[in-house]
Design a binder for this molecule. Structure first.
Ligand code: FAD
Length: 429
């Protein structure tokens, strides 16, 4: 009998999950595992939490849902805490496992953990096998290597759209043979040294973590409401759940796969017709792929102040007072403050808001952009290492923007996107 471990990280789903499918095909018994690594709950270089309460709560909901779904197929979820490599080694010994299946990482810290796991397993002849599960386009299907990926989005998109195909999603397994697994025990927020989450009725994102909820949202946004047919017209709005897809929190921990979304969209287009809006969701998902490839190409550079810039970067100031006013929404610039208060109280902010507050921090406050990126890392319910750091570097003028002087005129933006002040009044009054 061969027993395999499936180490689940940001692929917390049953559908379109290659490591899970391959493990089932190649083994008799499967142990699905999730690890709470202490490092993911530590304090960052600039004093923020690496994971804040909003994201942790969403993750706990997603793990509960995953355990339920796994149990319906005859399995369950084992949750371990501490040091991932030690915990997986112990499980591999306990179950006499010769292979662990997992997703391929691209960012530095996640890759370090992946490398540690592979090294720890070697003395017991247990192999770590990794799969690319996270993107619309499989990296092997691209018309260039990761190292040769164009640095500018538009040529990247043109090449990809002309020459690559998006694979069909893997079907969900119908059964998962596993030994009897103990009931799920999750850490609490207080164990993770996090405050309880207070809900805010004004939140644009009120949904729960988990594949079940992510798939329900997909169905709602496409079939039930057909909102996707007007996405391009509404995506820059600021209030409520429906101006954009809100897929990002589920995508960030893999409760839903981008390829599954793509194929659902194609099905929708066949039934109801394609238009610029239905295409634009794919266009945005391509940005997500792009930032992941850039992380693969440039690695730790995307966490450094100069990013990937070849030009000298602007001088920045170290000013904790300005930073805290930005964080707390007390800068006096109402459009910035409303967005920052929304982020603080709900863990979410629109894309329009993110661009404006990021530009304000870099261009107006002249602070080091990495403070902003780290605060977002703590606070965002949809935090994704590649999308967050890639977008921040882009706006700071040290990333993949062909223009190094992009500046958001906050007054103009507020006049254009919040002309009637509904958004500012919602968060400031
Ligand atoms: C400074 C800054 C930080 C950001 N940090 C993150 C982050 O940590 N995690 C994250 O998922 N997105 C991040 N974004 C991108 C974007 O703001 C969010 O993906 C989007 O607001 C999520 O809402 P939605 O799912 O309704 O998006 P929609 O507008 O409905 O877009 C559909 C999907 O496309 C992808 N997408 C859209 N815009 C972008 C983009 N600019 N970059 C990459 N992918 C995109 C997302 O997966 C999103 O779910 C950031 C943007 C900025 C400017």
């Amino acid at each position: 009998m061969s027993t395999a471990i499936v180490w689940l990280k940001t692929n917390l789903r049953i559908h379109d999950n290659e490591p899970l499918i391959k493990a089932i095909e190649q083994n008799d018994l499967i142990i699905p595992v999730y690890c709470f690594d202490d490092r993911q709950y530590s304090i960052t270089a600039h004093g923020f939490k690496k994971t804040g309460s909003f994201r942790a709560q969403f993750l706990l909901q997603a793990l509960t849902d995953l355990d339920n779904n796994l149990r319906q197929l005859g399995s369950g979820l084992v949750v371990v805490k501490g040091n991932t490599a030690d915990a997986l080694l112990q499980l591999a010994i306990q179950y006499n496992t010769i292979k662990i299946y997992a997703e391929q990482e691209v960012a530095y810290e996640e890759l370090q953990i992946q490398k540690e796991v592979a090294l720890k397993l070697r003395p017991i002849n247990c192999k770590l096998e990794v799969f690319d599960t996270n993107t619309l386009y499989h990296p092997y299907d691209l018309p260039f290597t990761i190292a040769d990926t164009p640095d500018i989005f538009t040529p990247f998109r043109h090449k990809v759209e002309a020459k690559a195909k998006i694979r069909a999603p893997h079907p969900a397994p119908v059964a998962i043979p596993s030994p009897a697994l103990a009931p799920l025990i999750l850490p609490t927020l207080s164990y993770l040294q996090l405050q309880p989450v207070e809900t805010d009725d004004r939140a644009a994102f009120k949904d729960k973590g988990g594949e079940t909820h992510g798939l329900k949202r997909l169905h709602y946004y496409l079939e039930d409401s057909q909102l996707v047919s007007t996405y391009k017209l509404t995506r820059n709005q600021l209030i409520g759940a429906d101006y954009s897809t809100k897929f990002s929190p589920w995508l960030s921990i893999g409760c839903i796969s981008p390829r599954y979304i793509y194929h659902a969209l194609k099905g929708y287009e066949q039934k109801y017709g394609a238009n610029e809006s239905t295409y634009w969701v794919v266009f945005e998902l391509l940005w997500r792929d792009f930032f992941r490839l850039m992380m693969g190409k440039y690695g730790t550079k995307l966490f450094q102040q100069n990013g990937i810039a070849r030009h000298a970067t602007r001088a920045t100031e170290h000013n904790t007072d300005k930073l805290h006013r930005w964080i707390n929404g007390t800068t006096g610039v109402e459009f910035v403050d409303a967005n920052m208060i929304e982020l603080k109280l709900t863990g979410f902010m629109s894309n329009r808001g993110r661009q404006n507050v990021a530009s304000y921090l870099c261009n107006d406050l002249k602070l080091d952009w990495r403070y902003g990126a780290e605060y977002f890392e703590q606070q965002l319910i949809d935090y994704d290492v590649c999308s967050n750091w890639g977008n921040w570097a882009y706006i700071a003028g040290v990333g993949n923007d062909p223009r190094s002087d992009r500046y958001f005129n906050i007054k103009k933006q507020a006049d254009q996107y919040d002309a009637d002040k509904h958004y500012r009044n919602l968060w400031l009054k």
